[in-house]
Design a protein around this ligand. Structure first.
Ligand SMILES: *[C@@H]1O[C@H](CO)[C@@H](O)[C@H](O)[C@H]1NC(C)=O
Ligand SMILES: *[C@@H]1O[C@H](CO)[C@@H](O)[C@H](O)[C@H]1NC(C)=O
Ligand SMILES: *[C@@H]1O[C@H](CO)[C@@H](O)[C@H](O)[C@H]1NC(C)=O
Ligand SMILES: *[C@@H]1O[C@H](CO)[C@@H](O)[C@H](O)[C@H]1NC(C)=O
Ligand SMILES: *[C@@H]1O[C@H](CO)[C@@H](O)[C@H](O)[C@H]1NC(C)=O
Ligand SMILES: *[C@@H]1O[C@H](CO)[C@@H](O)[C@H](O)[C@H]1NC(C)=O
Ligand SMILES: *[C@@H]1O[C@H](CO)[C@@H](O)[C@H](O)[C@H]1NC(C)=O
Length: 435
C-alpha cells in the first residue's frame, strides 16, 4: 500500500500546494554535510550531479519514529546557504549552538564561479542563519576533503586535505599540515610539527577518542614526489594526540579491510569506530566489507567484520554521510555504485544488535510534549513561537484541505485498484532521481 500513501502525499503536497516546508522532497546528493543538533538530523550541501548544486538546509526529526524508506524531511527556509559547497566538513560547537562549515569546493551562487573568499561559514542554530565569522591567526589555504573534529576545549582539528589548484581538470595537491580553529576567539593556528608527520592525506575519516587522541583512517595519500595518489592501508592508522600535539602510527590487526575513500565513520560510546561504504580509487567500484568495526579498546586496535545477518544491508554507497544517534548509525544520501544513482532512502544500523534495521524508534522521551517553555533559561533554540505557530497552522490547514480531498483520493484509489494491473504510477516530485 506504499504507492497509495505516496499518491495521497502527492495530492496532499503537490496538487494542493499545502506547504513547501512540510512536504519538502530533497534531491539525491553526495559529499554533503550532516550534523545532529538536539533531535534534528540536519543536512546541507552536496552535489547532485556534475553541474547542479543545492543550498537548502533541511532535517529529519529524530524525536519521532520513522521507516527508512518513508521519510519526512523538513525544510528550514531561513537556513539556505550563502554558497554552494560540497566536499566540506561541518563541525558542531561544544555548546551545540553553532555549526562550523569548513572548506570544500565553494561556488558563488550568482556567478557559478569557484569562490574561495571565505574558508569558514557558521550557522547559528537559534536564528537559523549563516554568517561569515571574522577569523584571526594563521592564514589557511583553500582545503577540500578533510574531516574536522572538536575536542572538549572547543578546538577544531583539520588535518591535511586536498587543494584543487586546477578546478577545470580537478587536479591539485595534498597537505599534511594540522590546522586548529579555536572556536572561542575564532583563530586559526597551523602547527609546525616535525616528528612522525604522516604522508600528505585527504578523504580519511576522523574520530576523537575521550582520551583526546584523534584516529585517522583510510583515504588517499601521496607517499613521495614520484608516484601519484594512492589509497591508505586500512591497518596503518594515524593517531594525533591533542594533549601533546604528537603524531604516531598504530598498526591495527584483525580482519582484512579493503582500502577506500569517500567512506564514513562513527565512534560509539564504548570505543568502537564503525566504518561504512566508500569506493576504490581511480575507477569507482565497491569495497569489501561494506561495514567494519575497529575496536579502539584493544592495543593495537583490532578490525572485525560483521558476521551476523546481512538482512536489510545497504548497497555499496560512497559519498554518503553517517551520524550516530543513540543506538542508530544513520546513513544519509550518497551514490549507489551498482545502480549508478543517488540513494533515495536512509539506512539504519543498530549498534547494539549489530544489525541493519528499517525502523527508527526514538529513545524514551519525557511524556510531556514541549508545551512548557524551558525553565533553565539556557540556550533553547528549537522553540521559537513564530515557527511553532506557523507550522501548526500549516498542519491544521493541511489536514483540513487534505480531509476534503481524501474522498477523491479514495475514489482514485478504487479506480486504480479495480484496474488490477501492474501499471507503475509515476509520481512527479517524488524522491526518485532521474539522471
Ligand atoms: C509514512 O510516514 C508517515 C508519517 O511519518 C505516516 O503517517 C505514514 O503512515 C507512513 N506511510 C507508510 C506507508 O508507512
Ligand atoms: C550538546 O549535545 C550533546 C548531544 O546531544 C549533549 O550531550 C550535550 O550535553 C549538549 N551540550 C550542551 C552544552 O547543551
Ligand atoms: C546566535 O544568535 C543569537 C540571536 O541573535 C545570539 O544571541 C547568539 O549569540 C548567536 N550565537 C552565536 C554563537 O553567535
Ligand atoms: C591552493 O589552491 C589555490 C587555488 O584554489 C591556490 O591559489 C593556492 O596557491 C593553493 N595553495 C597551496 C598552499 O597550494
Ligand atoms: C586540463 O587538461 C587538458 C588536457 O589534459 C589541458 O589541455 C588543459 O590545459 C588543462 N587545463 C588547465 C586549466 O590546466
Ligand atoms: C608499524 O609498522 C611500521 C612498519 O610497517 C613500523 O615501522 C612501526 O614501528 C610500527 N609501529 C608500531 C607502533 O608498532
Ligand atoms: C543534473 O540534474 C539536473 C536537474 O536534476 C538535470 O537537468 C541535468 O540534466 C543533470 N545533469 C547531468 C549531467 O546529469
Amino acid at each position: 500500500m506504499y504507492p497509495l500513501y505516496k499518491l495521497f502525499k502527492f495530492i496532499f503536497c503537490t496538487l494542493l500546494l499545502i506547504n513547501s516546508i512540510l512536504c519538502f522532497e530533497p534531491t539525491g546528493r553526495r559529499l554533503h554535510n550532516s550534523v545532529i543538533i538536539e533531535d534534528r538530523l540536519l543536512i546541507f550541501n552536496g552535489n547532485t550531479n556534475a553541474t547542479e548544486y543545492t543550498s537548502e538546509l533541511f532535517y529529519l526529526d529524530l524525536s519521532k519514529p520513522f521507516d527508512n524508506n518513508n521519510l519526512t524531511w523538513i525544510l528550514i527556509p531561513e537556513g539556505i546557504l550563502p554558497v554552494y559547497t560540497w566536499r566540506s566538513t561541518a563541525v558542531l560547537s561544544l555548546d551545540n549552538s553553532t555549526i562550523y562549515l569548513i572548506g570544500g569546493y565553494m561556488t558563488n551562487k550568482d556567478t557559478y564561479d569557484y569562490d574561495y573568499s571565505n574558508l569558514v561559514y557558521t550557522y547559528n542554530y537559534s536564528t537559523s542563519t549563516w554568517s561569515i565569522p571574522k577569523l584571526g591567526g594563521d592564514e589557511v589555504p583553500p582545503i577540500q576533503d578533510t574531516k574536522g573534529v572538536i575536542d572538549n576545549s572547543g578546538l577544531i582539528y583539520i588535518f591535511g586535505g586536498y587543494n584543487a589548484t586546477d578546478l577545470i581538470n580537478n587536479s591539485g595537491s595534498l597537505f599534511n599540515t594540522m590546522n586548529i580553529l579555536d572556536t572561542v576567539p575564532n583563530t586559526w593556528t597551523t602547527l609546525s610539527i616535525s616528528k612522525n608527520v604522516p604522508f600528505r592525506c585527504s578523504h580519511y575519516t576522523a574520530n576523537i577518542l575521550p582520551n583526546g587522541i584523534i584516529v585517522y583512517i583510510g583515504g588517499i595519500e601521496k607517499v613521495d614526489n614520484v608516484v601519484g595518489f594512492s589509497l591508505v592501508n586500512m591497518n596503518e592508522i594515524k593517531l594525533f594526540n591533542t594533549n601533546t600535539y604528537e603524531w604516531s602510527q598504530m598498526n591495527a590487526t584483525g580482519d582484512e579491510i579493503d582500502p577506500r575513500w569517500y567512506f564514513s565513520s562513527v565512534l560509539t560510546p564504548d570505543g568502537y569506530i564503525i566504518i561504512f561504504g566508500g569506493s576504490t580509487y581511480e575507477i569507482i567500484a565497491s569495497v569489501s566489507p561494506k561495514l567494519a568495526i575497529l575496536d579502539t579498546n584493544k592495543d593495537p586496535f583490532e578490525w572485525s567484520t560483521q558476521s551476523k545477518s546481512e538482512l536489510n544491508s545497504p548497497p555499496s554507497i560512497y559519498g554518503h554521510a553517517a551520524n550516530l544517534y543513540n543506538d542508530y548509525m544513520i546513513i544519509t544520501f550518497g551514490f549507489v555504485i551498482d545502480t549508478n544513482s543517488y540513494a533515495s532512502q536512509v539506512y539504519l544500523y543498530n549498534i547494539k544488535s549489530k544489525k541493519w534495521v528499517t525502523t527508527f524508534i526514538p529513545p524514551d522521551k519525557k511524556t510531556t510534549t514541549t508545551t512548557t517553555p524551558s525553565t533553565t533559561g539556557a540556550f533553547n533554540p528549537i522553540k521559537t513561537p513564530t515557527k511553532k505557530s506557523s507550522k501548526s497552522l500549516a498542519i491544521g490547514l493541511g489536514i483540513g484541505i487534505g480531509a476534503a480531498f481524501l474522498i477523491s483520493c479514495i475514489f482514485i484509489t478504487i479506480f486504480i485498484v479495480r484496474k488490477r494491473n501492474s501499471v507503475i504510477i509515476q509520481i512527479p516530485g517524488s524522491h526518485r532521481l532521474s539522471s
